[in-house]
Design a protein around this ligand. Structure first.
Ligand SMILES: Cc1cc2nc3c(=O)[nH]c(=O)nc-3n(C[C@H](O)[C@H](O)[C@H](O)COP(=O)(O)O)c2cc1C
Length: 123
């Protein structure tokens, strides 16, 4: 697991895009686990994140629909690509693909993330 900073005044962002709530629930648990490690955390929908300058690390996740991240999550990653590249950032997806654990399913879930990260920032 990614090691998050533990120095004072460090804050982690957990940003998510969710249509029906399960990705929001996963984001809340991720935020809770980080908080229990003694780090300040904001768990926010991607559409509610105004500034990135407050954060020293980030976790970004999206639900998968029709093989893709939700558009607002793609926009978030592209819009904040420069800032995210400067801090430790972890990505996650919530999808039916991982309803069974296997290497093939894991590769499928990874490919959802890779597809977004390979496209780079919006011009
Ligand atoms: C219309 C529809 C399309 C979906 N497409 C995919 C898909 O292509 N791949 C996948 O793994 N899961 C797919 N799912 C499953 C969702 O990713 C899963 O239900 C997820 O938990 C939804 O997250 P949310 O509650 O945060 O919106 C789909 C679900 C629906 C209803």
């Amino acid at each position: 697991m990614t090691q998050f900073p533990r120095q004072p005044n460090q804050r982690v962002l957990v940003a998510y895009a969710s249509e029906f709530g399960s990705t929001a629930a996963v984001a809340a648990v991720i935020g809770q686990v980080i908080r229990e490690a003694g780090v300040e955390v904001d768990v926010r929908s991607v559409v509610d994140v105004q500034h990135m300058s407050t954060y020293q690390a980030a976790v970004v996740g999206s639900a998968i629909y029709n093989g893709q991240w939700l558009p607002e999550a793609v926009h978030f990653v592209r819009h904040h690509a420069a800032e995210l590249s400067l801090i430790p950032t972890a990505y996650f997806v919530v999808c039916a693909t991982m309803s069974e654990a296997s290497d093939e399913r894991r590769r499928g879930a990874h490919s959802f993330v890779d597809a977004v990260l390979e496209t780079g920032p919006a011009l």
